[in-house]
Write a protein that binds this ligand. Structure first.
Ligand code: ADP
Ligand code: ASP
Ligand code: MG
Length: 412
């Protein structure tokens, strides 16, 4: 056992994409141990692996069993933890790798998006005590029947945050291929600015709305248990972004960031009879099928019928079709239309709570780029607009500019 406490470090797929990068990660991990910390490392699959595995499954079956998908996808992380352990051994470090099941990460049985219900930290504690660096496969756990589960895409973030909470770690460091959390995806907006700090709530919203840098669900857990998270680069020593509880000064900034989500599709059910209970029947079924319905808009009723539009994740469109088409027949609606060529662009900021005019500024930024708005939804700290998918990047850049979020621009 070292003296300074525990640090959980998580390295994402692009940080361990090849042997050279894995060696680089090993050097960073070893350096952290040398500073006197007990290090628990969470690793993702080598960059692109999970997608390749999913693609393989798709070549065998159109709709593979979710239990078998978990069995398949979890293999990616098993490869990277073993390789990182070997790399650390090469550096003369004592290190040991584990699967999620081996370190007691117990989840429910919702395959492909399981929730962690408990972590038994005894094994990790024992290995740390004996002076070892502990390496844990991200993204995976095991249910009470010993079936392997996965925690949803980007789920290694969840493994890291949950372990940091369970081990009472000093810090949960998320190492990735950008230097922190930016005002917009730095790959889309060249002038995006790295944030020094962001609140759990804002990061949760940004992640849910498309900022892939953190898995949204991991932010719920971090916020609930106040786990300090530091998002930073695997390839530089620079400080990144601290994700923490909200502090007063954070409210001074109107908009923290702009996001785009291109992974949703819009469903419009036409001529739904305008009677109490009709819509609820359809949404109950969608919920039962575990489909996450996002924006919902009901138009004004004409001639005792109304149109209802909503968005769902594109990956659930097949399931959605089955449920909705059955519901359409049952409730006697006119028909259903699907639009996969959409994107949701959003602004997020806790500063919006006390200010008006954010929506107007966002809409006028879109109008100035001649981007047509198809749907709008708002909450206390975010505003989202559905636009055409092709226009999404242009829309994000225009909104980013309109709120003065770029480098060298005064924070608005
Ligand atoms: P990892 O493999 O390390 O988990 P991810 O690909 O999941 O990395 O997340 C990092 C990516 O998130 C970045 O490469 C970046 O393009 C994207 N991203 C989207 N929005 C943001 C944002 N606001 N700030 C930082 N990165 C973002
Ligand atoms: N390998 C998994 C994914 O690609 C988990 C992760 O990278 O966090 O989603
Ligand atoms: Mg990720």
């Amino acid at each position: 056992m070292r003296t300074k406490g525990i640090i959980v470090q998580k390295y994402g797929g692009s940080s361990v994409a090849d042997p050279g990068k894995i060696m680089g990660v090993a050097r960073r991990v070893a350096a952290c141990g040398k500073k006197g910390y007990d290090v628990v490392v969470v690793v993702s699959a080598l960059g692109g692996t999970t997608d390749e595995l999913l693609d393989l499954a798709g070549q065998i079956s159109k709709r593979p069993s979710e239990r078998e998908l978990d069995m398949l996808m979890s293999t990616g992380e098993q490869v990277s933890v073993a390789l990182l352990a070997m790399a650390l051994h090469n550096l003369g470090e004592e290190a040991i790798s584990f699967t999620g099941a081996q370190v007691g990460i117990i989840t429910d049985s919702t395959h492909t998006k399981a929730k962690i219900i408990d972590i038994n930290t005894a094994r990790i504690g024992k290995e740390l005590k004996s002076g070892k660096i502990v390496i844990v496969a991200g993204f995976q756990g095991v249910n009470l029947d010993q079936d392997i589960t996965t925690l949803g895409r980007g789920g290694s973030d969840m493994t890291a945050v949950a372990l940091a909470k369970a081990l009472k770690a000093k810090m949960c460091e998320i190492y990735t291929d950008v230097k922190g959390v930016y005002t917009a995806d730095p790959r889309i907006v060249r002038g995006a600015r790295k944030l020094d700090g962001i609140s759990y709530e804002e990061m949760l919203e940004m992640a849910s709305l498309g900022a892939q840098v953190m898995q949204a669900r991991s932010m719920e857990v971090a916020g609930k248990f106040n786990v300090p998270v530091h998002v930073r680069s695997s390839f530089s020593k620079e400080e990144g972004t601290m994700i923490t509880k909200e502090v007063k000064a954070m409210e001074d900034v109107l908009v923290r960031g702009v996001t785009a989500n291109k992974d949703e599709a819009k469903v419009t059910v036409c001529d739904v009879p305008d009677k109490p209970g009709e819509a609820s029947r359809m949404f109950e079924r969608l919920a039962k099928a575990d489909i996450n319905v996002d924006m919902i808009i009901q138009n004004v009723s004409r001639r005792k019928a109304t149109d209802i539009s909503f968005t769902v994740p594109k990956k659930d469109l097949h399931k959605t079709r089955n449920v909705v088409e059955k519901a359409v027949r049952e409730i006697g609606a006119g028909g259903v239309e699907y639009d996969e060529n959409i994107a949701k662009v959003s602004v997020v900021g806790i500063g919006m709570r006390g200010h008006s005019g954010v929506a107007a500024r966002m809409f006028s930024a879109l109008a100035s780029e001649k981007v047509n708005i198809k749907m709008i939804s708002t909450s206390e700290i975010k505003i989202s607009c559905v636009v055409g998918k092709k226009e999404a990047d242009r829309a994000v850049k225009a909104i980013h500019r309109a709120f003065g979020l770029g480098k060298g621009v005064r924070k608005s």
